[in-house]
Design a binder for this molecule. Sequence first.
Ligand SMILES: [Zn+2]
Ligand SMILES: [Zn+2]
Ligand SMILES: [Zn+2]
Length: 151
Amino acid sequence: MRHGHKWGNKLRGCGFRLTIGREAIVDILSHTNSHMSAEDIFFALHADSPNIGLTTVYRTLELLEKNGIVSKYEFGHGRAKFELTEAYGNKPHHHHLICRKCGTIIDYSDFMEDELAYLKKTEAGLGKKYKFTIHQHSISFFGICEKCGAS
Ligand SMILES: [Zn+2]
Ligand SMILES: [Zn+2]
Ligand SMILES: [Zn+2]
């Protein structure tokens, strides 16, 4: 099954129509490895779809986020960035390394040896302590990238 069908079904199931704008935005996000801001998406769409305005992009991203199709990240370096969630995108589960200086975002899924085991243990412990059912986590580390550290 293609991803397009999956997210389309999700939106339709929630009573939303599958518009050209929505389709185009998910399409762009599913063909990039980077984390895009609403402006990035607007400019990327502009050549082929000059009718899709920035406001539409903002509204669509909001809708997609509410429906669990995109994740929104406030990485603190300018504008909010978006990527498709694990359930709807092509990227595997990953964590982020974010450079405070240049805003570079590194996705990594080649986890450290004990990282996953430790997280699993943490989630189990937190679940027990707070009687909380954890469905997912989002992990981002902030600092200085190699390039910025060297300069
Ligand atoms: Zn993780
Ligand atoms: Zn940097
Ligand atoms: Zn990412």
